[in-house]
Design a protein around this ligand. Structure first.
Ligand code: FE2
Length: 278
């Protein structure tokens, strides 16, 4: 593997995205943080019991990636999942509201949908917030979703979303992207469906869909009314996918990017790896 860049957001996490130079673009792994080493060991035991395709046992992790302790295994679709704890953190937050504060969520295309849902809920203890005909939205904190599964052939990344502090921040960041020559592929809008979050979508140089988001719905386990695909079918938002009626059609390029059909065309550039701390 060639050179690697670990990119941080303004929060204290060591990195939220790592780029490895590879001949072809691809999602290399998704990382999730466990509370401590005991939680890592417990998840490892559960993964073994679950019959997961475990790659390695818990061990000390690469200091260049912030160190810590963890292990990795594959989802039923073959996407590498890393579990870690004790990864180094930055001492200070960066005081810049025009930059993302953290990785908000990662959406992967799920080829083997029932197995994937069970994998995240039964093995990794995610909770299902909402299910539509197209996407399962899963949470592991108060955020409505941190991982989502999009029904589609071929496993891979559907999109990754970076959280902005507020709408003003999201507008600044989106304007900055346009000034740098990146087309706004969808948005700015507010999802009228699950999560109720504000969004703008771009396509990064590897051909992956990247979202800025803010105001993700905060969920209380005791009171949140989990809704299934039938509920969403019967209560489909009348105004379309944007509650404001502002964001209309997704661009054709974005549709292709979310199906992994742009990244496959990219040759000789970096591959992405997302590191998400729950
Ligand atoms: Fe999203």
């Amino acid at each position: 593997m060639g050179p690697t860049a670990y990119l941080r957001a303004t929060g204290t996490e060591h990195h939220v995205l790592a780029l490895h130079e590879k001949p072809q673009a691809g999602l290399l792994s998704v990382g999730l943080a466990a509370a401590d080493t005991a939680a890592v060991d417990a998840l490892y035991s559960r993964a073994i019991g679950f019959g997961a395709d475990v790659i390695d046992a818990p061990e000390a992790l690469d200091p260049l990636a912030g160190g810590g302790y963890g292990f990795s295994f594959r989802t039923p679709d073959g996407i590498v999942q890393k579990i870690s704890s004790g990864v180094e953190t930055h001492r200070d937050r960066i005081n810049d509201r025009k930059r993302p504060s953290k990785l908000s969520h990662v959406v992967t295309r799920a080829a083997d949908f029932p197995k994937l849902r069970s994998f995240y809920c039964d093995l990794l203890a995610f909770k299902l917030s909402d299910a539509t005909d197209g996407i399962d939205f899963l949470r592991c904190s108060r955020d409505h979703h941190s991982v989502a599964l999009a029904r589609a052939d071929g496993a891979g990344m559907h999109h990754m979303a970076f959280e902005m502090p507020d709408l003003d921040s999201l507008m600044y960041a989106s304007g900055h992207m346009r000034a740098k020559g990146y087309e706004l592929e969808w948005g700015v809008g507010r999802h009228s469906g699950p999560g109720n979050n504000i969004f703008s979508f771009f396509i990064e140089p590897n051909g992956f869909a990247a979202e800025y988001t803010t105001e993700m719905e905060q969920v209380d386990d005791a009171t949140y009314p989990q809704r299934d695909a039938q509920w969403w079918r019967e209560n489909r938002p009348r105004g379309g996918p944007c509650a404001w009626g502002m964001a209309t059609q997704r661009s054709e390029r974005l549709v292709k990017a979310r199906l992994g059909k742009l990244a496959a065309d990219v040759d000789g550039c970096d591959a992405a790896i997302s590191h998400h701390v729950a």
